[in-house]
Structures are given as C-alpha cells and as structure tokens.
Design a protein. Structure first.
Length: 385
C-alpha cells in the first residue's frame, strides 16, 4: 500500500492544503504543539494523532477529550485508508493514496494537472512558517563572502541578527567499508555540456533551514532529494538542536515544512521528509565512490552562505587516491570550494552524478574539503526506510 496524502482547507480562506502522512503526525489548533495547525471551530489544541500501521494503513487517535467523526459516528480512534474522510471539529480531512497523485491522476486537491512538483509552493502547510524563517540580512555580498571564508562548513550559529553566523566543528567522517566497484570516475568534459549534465542534480538540491524557537537566529545548510516522495538527506549538524525544519526549492522563496524521520549522529547524517507534492526530482547517485582517483574532477553544489547563494557550483579535484580516515570514519578529500551553507550538499562527478555528501573543510585553510562517500549515504538512506 502506498503512502497517504492528507488534504484539508485553510479555515477562513478555504485555500487547499496537502501533506504526506507520517508516523506520529499531530493535528490541532495550537501553533506550538501540533504538527498541522488548523485553527477551526471545535478543534482542540492537539486534537488527534495519526500513527502508521505495519500493513500500511493508519490509525487516527483522539487526544484527551477530543473526538473524531468518521462516517457520522463519533469515535476516540478510527482506521484510515485511501478514500477515508474524517471530521475534527468543524474541519473535514480527506485522505488519498500518493500513488494517485501522478500527473495522469487528474486534478487532486493541492496539485495542478501535469505539474505535480510546481504545486509544492502553494500546498505546503502554513503550520510553522514564519516571516522571519528565511530572512537573510542586507549585508553586502562582499561582507558575506569575507565572513564565510574563515569558518568551517559544519554548522551555522544562531545569531540575534537577521543572518545567523556560521560555525563548523572539525571534520567528521564515516567508516571505511568495502564495496563493489562502480563505473570509473569521469574524464574531463567540455564546458559547453556541463549545464546539461548537472540539470537533474540542480533540480534535486534544496536549501535546508533549521529554526530555533528558543533562540534568535537559525541554521542553514544544503540537502538533496533521494526519492520521489520528497525525502531529503543532509548533515545531522545542520538540524541538531533545532525545533523544526523547512526547505527551500531551487528558485523559490516560499519555505516548505519538513520533518526529521531518521538520524545518525555518529556519521553526521539525517533524513528529512519534506511536505511536497510527489513526485520530485531525484539526484542521480553512483552506487559507490571507490573508483575516484587523485586528480579526478569533482563539483560541489549547494547554498554557501544561505538562500541568497542557493544552487551554487564550484569545481575542484580529488586530492587523494585513498579516503582520509579519522578514527573509524573516512572522507573523500577534495579542493572544490565549500563554505558554511554547503553542508549536506552533493559532491558530483563530471557526469553530474552524486559521489559524496559535502560535510566539512579545515578552518583557516583553502582547498581542504571533505565529503562522506556516497556508499555510506546510500546505506544510511536504505536503513532509514
């Protein structure tokens, strides 16, 4: 059974809203406690919670004194399958299989026929978006570049000013593991064809915004879609200690809510579910990075210094024939430019395929950057599913 998509209408404006159902999804009228905030008549602060079952169906459970109305019957809990309609207070919620949202499925609420991805801007829930969520200060571009040149890539510190200053711990890496051989690393290519080779990767890359409710400022990084249902992989340090997360699609200024669904602190990886209308573009990924050799051309794609410089590409070469090992973890060393905000973005070969996930640079140096090998990223994503 495919995943479920939840549709409702914004009280007052009647604007259609949609969201993929995830385990532990809460619905209510309280902005601070509910994952989906619907301030409708009769809706309690945290009205109901939806849990996924092993068979693929869902169970909606009323919270506290709340009640759910299904098929005219008032219940404390009920089963939800594709086509289910329930009422919470004065609000009607409809559930639909995500499989029915393909372009051929017609005009499902929150989608536009033939343009399922484009609707992500309007269908993303307004539950936790705030006007300050994506504010970037009016400092000049020169000041931004000077600020980011002297810090590590790993984190951006929250700051009372509109732009959160970035900071990075020392490099982290993942265990070195044997893996099957991949296709050889790319040979140099003509510059005239590069934009076409990177087209798919560019569409899959997003800016990650991690918000802090109890602090001023926010963290930013980069991520990329790893499946058509809207799952995004990025660095754990980008979202650590954040209260909630959002993403920005390429070229968009409208934040879209996301949610952590799996994390690996030791290997600095996290998987987010972005509430977009599927399908979304997926980054082309190699099975392994073991065929990379010293001198092979690689590209770092991401959002250095935040949303203002989103989808920036820098070029470099692989700096070592062997992964650089730190403790029981390993990195691809390269010299493509990475800066605060690049954390979690893809490292690409000359064919535009992901060979690693950029994670760190050495403070006070130039041209010493590190990426988690793609085989370790893929392993984490597979286990997380």
């Amino acid at each position: 059974m495919s995943e479920l998509f939840l549709h409702w209408q914004e009280p007052g404006t009647r604007a259609p809203r949609s969201r993929i159902v995830t385990d532990g999804l809460r619905i209510g009228s309280s902005e601070g406690l509910a994952d989906i905030r619907i301030p409708a008549t009769g809706m309690n602060a945290v009205h109901a919670e939806i849990r996924l079952r092993p068979d693929g169906s869902c169970e909606a459970t009323a919270m506290g004194s709340s009640r759910i109305v299904s098929n005219g019957e008032t219940l404390s809990k009920c089963t939800i399958v594709p086509g289910s309609i329930i009422e919470l207070g004065s609000q009607t919620l409809r559930f639909e299989s995500t499989a029915s949202l393909a372009p051929s499925a017609g005009k499902a609420p929150g989608t536009r026929t033939g343009h399922p991805v484009a609707s992500a801007r309007t269908s993303a829930p307004a539950t936790r978006s705030r006007p300050w969520g994506i504010v970037i200060g009016a400092a000049s571009a020169a000041a931004v570049l000077v600020a980011v040149a002297v810090v590590l890539i790993l984190t951006r510190r929250p700051d009372p000013k509109p732009v959160a200053a970035a900071a990075t711990p020392e490099p982290r890496a993942v265990p070195t593991k044997t893996a099957p051989k991949a296709t050889p690393a790319t040979a140099p290519i003509a510059a005239a064809t590069e934009k076409d080779l990177f087209a798919q990767a560019k569409k899959s890359v997003v800016t990650v915004i991690a918000k802090h409710s109890f602090e001023k400022g926010f963290s930013t990084g980069t991520g990329f879609f790893v499946d058509a249902q809207g799952r995004v992989v990025t660095n754990y340090h980008v979202v650590r200690q954040s209260d909630y997360q959002q993403i920005l699609l390429p070229g968009s200024k409208q934040p879209i809510d996301a949610r952590i669904i799996s994390q690996d602190k030791e290997n600095d990886l996290v998987l987010l579910q972005a509430y977009v209308t599927p399908p979304v573009p997926v980054a082309p990924m190699l099975p392994v990075s073991t065929e990379l050799k010293m001198g092979d051309t690689v590209y770092a794609l991401g959002s250095p210094a935040g949303p203002e410089l989103a989808v920036s590409l820098s070029r470099g070469i692989v700096s070592s024939d062997r992964p650089r090992t730190f403790g029981d973890q390993s990195f691809i060393q390269h010299d493509a430019a990475v800066n605060p905000g690049n954390s979690g973005g893809p490292l690409l070969n000359g064919r535009g395929e992901v060979v690693g996930l950029n994670t760190a640079k050495v403070k006070g140096t130039e041209g010493i950057s590190f990426a988690i090998p793609i085989e370790d990223v893929r392993r984490f994503v597979e286990v997380a599913r």
